[in-house]
Design a binder for this molecule. Sequence first.
Ligand SMILES: [Zn+2]
Length: 139
Amino acid sequence: MGIVLSNGKTIDVDCLSCAITVGLIEPDGGVIIETEYLHAHQDVANPLKGLVILASKRHITCFDELTEEEKIDYINLLTKIRQAQRNVLNIEYVNYFYNEDTTQHFHTWMVPRYDWMYQFGRSVESVRPILLHSSTLER
Ligand SMILES: [Zn+2]
């Protein structure tokens, strides 16, 4: 599977989440925060400021595959990152996306809602044009 990175390079990996969480691929900005079970990083394809991907370190796909320890770690880290988005970047609202049917493994998108995004609407369908638009913005 080929993945185009934000620096324009294309890489071939079986599971992007595995490649990132073991450090094979370093996303722009590197690791945001990491725990025993989880790994948070900027998306490799979308340079949108404040967009955080929170991935498990284990190669699992479904929510109900998380262990008790992972569940607790997940909600604690998710809220910690959310708080940082508010305090550091002044992000008022965040959209959360998580698909189980992905070629990668367990990861949650934390997508900040900026004012310019509302031209694309508020629904889940607005996310793709927003991310496409964000890749054209200056970094
Ligand atoms: Zn994986």
